[in-house]
Design a binder for this molecule. Structure first.
Ligand SMILES: Cc1cc2nc3c(=O)[nH]c(=O)nc-3n(C[C@H](O)[C@H](O)[C@H](O)COP(=O)(O)OP(=O)(O)OC[C@H]3O[C@@H](n4cnc5c(N)ncnc54)[C@H](O)[C@@H]3O)c2cc1C
Length: 402
């Protein structure tokens, strides 16, 4: 099996298939892990944690949990004066077969680069970096060949596009599928939390797994989410037998300033992409403006300028059923959604678990494989597109998503 993209979905799928004895290779465009900013905090609750446990070897899943933080399982929305507008428990109803609630494992805040590093462990030479898919072709024997930008090829029974929101596989497989501008732009960065900084920061920022401070739809907002490692990743890795090599990482508060694309101070996407970190900081402060509670200004004074990068948020339109075959899609490649409900990665990892399960009994190309792919695709459409719609609705109400 050939997986295109070594994001959270693609890596979870690679593990899920290997656990079932399937031979997989993963082909990733980036030259190496960490070659570009990939984001900071990632929250997994149900169904992401259940799916991750189903895909990963127990040892690696244990390492994921050993490093993740467990902030209070609440999401809060406050106004610019910090009055609470909404406060709800997070974590969808647990899958009763998963045993997470019984095990006392609620939502977790992961550091995305650390989570990806852990998921790369154990895949060894099955992951090829610097491999950008350009196209694919169908072979006479029912197999498919992935063609990469540097001229290399790889042939297998199935190609899975786990290549994210701008998926090449989706463009080739489902050219009519629509990814839309959600009308939101973010400046994303982090506030480092050494001991003294943590003590100097307002306590409310740590009372929820994620807090949105909003000035209302159509205006700028601030998003905050603590990532406090249960055990520092390098130490957690070293404590395993055999020891596993993870780079050190330190606690931080993920901090983003978002605003609608049509905000008068917002540059065009092409200009936003080229702004250096110091200019992004200035832009974010201009978007927010004055008159916020002094805690907000106190927090932003500690925003690490070097950590800032811009994001354009996308969403997708539901795709009507298509004929299943030897090419399929998981994650953002098929159901991109705004991050408002923090469900994109949860759903990508769920896809990985669902597809691994569906493929477990299908060996070799042909109708059995297409049937298994069809079972996965049908289930995925049923659970994923309602979550996309839910994210859109919530984004419209809270932060002025289109
Ligand atoms: C600010 C922000 C915060 C978020 N927070 C959360 C959260 O807390 N919880 C949550 O569940 N979701 C969250 N999300 C959503 C989440 O990030 C995505 O849904 C998730 O990363 C999708 O995973 P994926 O594996 O499908 O795609 P990606 O993670 O985008 O991975 C795709 C991979 O494919 C590679 N690739 C692309 N094109 C090619 C090609 N042609 N050839 C080879 N490789 C290619 C890319 O380099 C990349 O490594 C957030 C999103 C944003 C923007």
């Amino acid at each position: 099996m050939i997986i295109i993209g070594a994001g959270l979905g693609g890596l979870a799928l690679a593990h899920g298939l290997r656990e079932r004895g399937v031979d997989v290779t993963v082909h990733e465009r980036d030259a190496r892990p960490g070659a570009r900013p990939q984001g900071y905090r990632i929250q997994l609750d149900e169904p992401g944690l259940t799916a991750l446990r189903q895909c990963l070897p127990a040892e690696l899943f244990g390492l994921c949990l050993a490093t993740a933080g467990a902030p209070p399982a609440r999401v809060s929305v406050r106004n610019r004066h910090l009055e609470v507008l909404a406060d709800r428990a997070t974590g969808r109803t647990a899958d009763p077969t998963a045993g997470f609630e019984a095990a006392g494992v609620g939502p977790r805040a992961f550091d995305r680069p650390t989570l990806r590093r852990i998921m790369l462990l154990g895949l060894g030479d099955r992951v090829h970096h610097g491999a950008q898919l350009a196209s694919y072709r169908h072979e006479d024997d029912g197999r498919v060949t992935a063609c990469f930008a540097d001229g290399r090829t790889a042939t297998g029974d199935l190609i899975v596009g786990a290549d994210g929101v701008n998926s090449t596989v989706r463009r080739l497989l489902l050219p009519a599928a629509r990814v839309e501008d959600a009308g939101l732009r973010l400046v994303y960065g982090r506030i480092p939390l050494d001991g003294r900084a943590r003590a100097a920061l307002p306590g409310w920022a740590f009372e929820s797994i994620f807090t949105v401070v909003t000035d209302g739809p159509g205006k700028a907002h601030l998003g905050l989410g603590p990532v406090e490692f249960a055990t520092r990743p390098d130490l957690a890795g070293r404590a395993r037998t055999p020891a596993l090599d993870l780079p050190p990482a330190h606690d931080y508060l993920a901090c983003m300033v978002g605003a609608p694309a049509d905000h008068p101070a917002m540059p065009a996407p092409a200009d936003l992409r080229t702004l250096p970190p110091a200019a992004l900081r200035e832009l974010a402060l201009r978007l927010l403006g004055d008159g916020w509670h002094e805690d907000v200004h106190r927090l932003l004074a500690r925003w690490d300028t070097a950590s800032l990068f811009p994001l354009r948020i996308s969403t997708s339109a539901p795709v009507p059923p298509w004929e299943p075959g030897p090419v399929t899609l998981i994650g953002d490649a098929i159901h991109a959604m705004s991050p408002v409900l923090a469900m994109g990665a949860n759903t990508a990892v769920r896809d990985a678990a669902e597809l691994s399960r569906a493929l477990a009994d299908a060996t070799g190309p042909g109708p059995g494989l297409a049937r298994a792919v069809g079972v996965y695709e049908s289930r995925m459409r049923d659970y994923a597109f309602p979550i996309v719609a839910d994210s859109r609705r919530t984004g419209q109400q809270r932060v002025g998503q289109r």
